[in-house]
Design a protein around this ligand. Structure first.
Ligand SMILES: *Cc1c(COP(=O)(O)O)cnc(C)c1O
Length: 401
């Protein structure tokens, strides 16, 4: 069962025939009877130390079998030993940072990053000093107390790609975390390029229907143990009902991504040819070194794209007000098309200087293309683009009057 299409349907369900079930059992227990105190104590010790399971689950903050199923499925998709699931992508990143703090106080990170990830790192909230560097400067900026290197590729919101293998080589013995939320395993498997941690906001493509907030980190079993300990200590749990929905979402992950990225390719090409659009950012349209990274580590462009409106902020605001089929909303990776303004919403918490330096400007729009019929998506966008053009021309005409 090695093909990803098959794994996405069957992983984490290996014991179904033995159990005589056809859907994952949802275990909502918060506590578990411990009639044998010896087994209870040994299980408690094992789970607090970060073991994946024990004879008795003891308490739902230490272990939940429904969550463990989807963790097993995601680890298999990523081609890694283990996966630890959290209540959100940000909780997952926080757990990796808290664990990194035990090794050193310094983190290197490559911008752009998801806005709240940037904010968490820049604020020093986890007690770490984060230095934002260009990917090419990582080797030069390593310090003896560097505990982690963080990259996001494709990056939110500009779709900039980072060469995972090159960063891993530059980081030497320091583990590299790749936030691969924009590119699920059918498109990109960072472990194949040496990533120590693969993080997904499972809120996005993995669950895929806009009804689950979740985060997952895949890694070696040795790295997973302290992450489970952090989860048990901080309580950043994934609820078993959310784990069930996430597991159900995985079954259609590859199909959804295939359709959405085919739609995205058509939309990207049409946007690039549209007079209201000054630039389109989409991995298939990257050139030079970025195109080489695309060919090296991605098996498809994904379903996210960003574009710059010639009419700037006024055009962006008019476009968001004009869409009818596409939903003007943050988040991404859902079955439906979502459109949003990074500078005004998701990347609001990033410093203005960093936004300017990394191309998160007033006319930038991010689009997460869904699985609707591509002509319906395009008709909506084309109409909204016309609204953007009129919004941009009116004030200019007035100003010159
Ligand atoms: C959404 C997102 C996150 C945060 O995930 P949540 O589930 O919203 O906490 C992290 N990284 C990227 C790239 C994201 O898009």
């Amino acid at each position: 069962m090695s093909h990803l299409d098959t794994l996405s349907v069957h992983a984490g369900r290996e014991d179904f025939s033995r159990l005589g079930v056809h859907a994952p059992p949802i275990d909502l227990s918060t506590t578990y009877p411990t009639p044998d105190l010896g087994i209870g104590t040994a299980s408690f010790d094992a789970l607090v130390a970060g073991e994946a399971s024990a004879a008795n689950p003891i308490y739902a903050r230490l272990h939940n079998p429904t969550v463990a199923r989807v963790e097993s499925a995601i680890a298999q998709l990523e081609g890694m030993d283990a996966c630890v699931a959290y209540g959100s992508g940000m909780a997952a990143l926080t757990a990796v940072l808290l664990d990194a703090k035990s090794r050193g106080n310094h983190v290197l990170a490559v911008r752009p990053l998801y806005g709240t990830a940037d904010h968490l790192l820049a604020s020093g909230l986890c007690g770490l000093e984060t230095e934002f560097v260009a990917a090419d400067d990582i080797a030069a900026k390593l310090r003896p107390d560097t505990a982690l290197v963080i990259i996001e590729t494709p990056a939110n919101p500009t779709l900039q790609l980072v060469d995972i293998a090159a960063v891993v080589a530059a980081a030497g013995s320091v583990p590299v975390l790749v936030d691969s939320s924009f590119a699920p395993a059918c498109i990109q498997r960072p472990a194949e390029h040496g990533a120590a941690y693969v993080l997904h906001s499972a809120t996005k493509f993995l669950s895929g229907h806009g009804d689950v907030i979740a985060g997952v980190v895949s890694c070696s079993e040795a790295r997973a143990k302290p992450l489970r300990t952090v989860r048990a200590a901080t309580g950043a749990l994934l609820h078993p009902l959310a784990a069930y929905l996430l597991h159900r979402g995985l079954a259609t992950l590859n199909l959804r991504v295939e359709r959405a990225q085919a739609n995205a390719q058509t939309i990207a090409e049409r946007l690039a040819a549209h007079p209201a659009v000054a630039a389109v950012h989409f991995p298939l349209l990257h050139d030079g070194a970025q195109a080489a990274i695309y060919r090296k580590q991605m098996r498809g462009p994904g379903a996210l794209l960003a574009f710059e409106l010639a009419q700037g902020y006024a055009g962006a605001a008019a476009m968001l007000a004009a869409v009818r089929l596409c939903t003007p909303a943050v988040s991404l990776g859902s079955v439906d098309t979502l459109i949003q303004h990074p500078a005004g919403l998701t990347h609001r918490v990033v410093s203005e200087a960093a936004r300017a330096q990394h191309g998160i400007g007033p006319g930038l729009i991010r689009l997460s293309v869904g699985i609707e019929h591509v002509e319906d998506i395009w008709a909506d966008l084309a109409r909204a683009l016309n609204a953007a053009v009129s919004a941009g021309t009116a004030p200019r005409a007035l100003a010159s009057a």
